[in-house]
Design a protein around this ligand. Structure first.
Ligand SMILES: Cc1cc2nc3c(=O)[nH]c(=O)nc-3n(C[C@H](O)[C@H](O)[C@H](O)COP(=O)(O)O)c2cc1C
Length: 225
């Protein structure tokens, strides 16, 4: 690796584009075309080069193409999503529930590849994880984000599915009991990438304004807190 490598403006502009145009991709946009091995390698290597607390690299990735495994995960999604619909019915009214019901929130079968990303706890103290014990889990999330961005740079979509029972997913992939499911990803080429989050376009949520979320020095100085 080149020592003290510096990037130019063009490269940082490019990274900005990749970040801004990364999207969560659901079943309605995936193509069934298999992922090229070279592309998959790049996505996985991006994950492996993420930062991790104490350089603990507490991640493991299970690549899933098997229809029975996908079926088990999809069944768990359905079960959990039915429960979720009830939640929005009781707390947010019928209109919101109808909108929730209309959302496509996974692409388990439509995407050619699923990746289960797991956290492997270690039985020794980890540098940096002695006070804030979730740091290993957050490191795994950093790996997911790296993969998401690399995939986007290769024009490959990723969708994160979290409406599942993690224990059922672990059973489907024979994961050791101490592992924790952090992310279940659907990966595939797409027919198109949207410019904006689908949940924004469908008026489920709005993008928060910069001034709503960036504070100077303390919350006290903030006008709208
Ligand atoms: C931790 C996490 C969990 C998510 N789980 C789901 C999910 O279960 N289903 C889904 O459709 N999208 C899921 N998403 C995607 C978000 O809805 C999406 O990132 C958000 O709406 C913004 O859209 P964008 O990613 O296209 O910019 C998840 C995203 C994150 C970061």
């Amino acid at each position: 690796m080149t020592a003290n490598l510096r990037f130019d403006q063009e490269t940082s502009d490019l990274l900005e584009q990749i970040i801004r145009h990364r999207r969560d991709v659901r079943g309605n946009r995936f193509l069934s075309t298999p992922i090229e091995q070279g592309h998959l390698d790049k996505i996985l290597q991006a994950g492996l080069h993420a930062p991790s607390v104490g350089f603990s690299q507490p991640w493991e990735f299970v690549l899933i193409e098997n229809q029975n495994t996908k079926q088990a995960v999809a069944a768990s999604f359905k079960e959990e999503n039915d429960k979720a619909q009830q939640t929005f019915a009781t707390t947010e009214g019928q209109e919101r529930q109808a909108l929730y019901q209309s959302l496509k929130l996974e692409g388990i079968h439509e995407s050619p590849l699923n990746i289960a990303v797991l956290y492997k706890p270690q039985d020794k103290p980890i540098l940096g994880q002695t006070s804030m014990t979730d740091m290993g889990r957050f490191s795994v999330v950093c790996a997911v984000q790296n993969m998401w961005l690399m995939a986007r740079a290769l024009n490959i979509g990723i969708g994160w599915v979290s409406i599942v029972n993690p224990e059922k997913v672990k059973t489907a992939i024979d994961a050791p009991t101490d592992r924790e499911l952090i992310a279940y990803l659907c990966v595939g080429y797409v027919d198109k990438f949207y410019d904006k989050p689908e949940l924004e376009t469908l008026a489920w949520e709005q993008r928060r304004q910069t001034q709503q979320v960036i504070f100077k020095e303390s919350y006290q100085q903030h006008e709208n807190n």
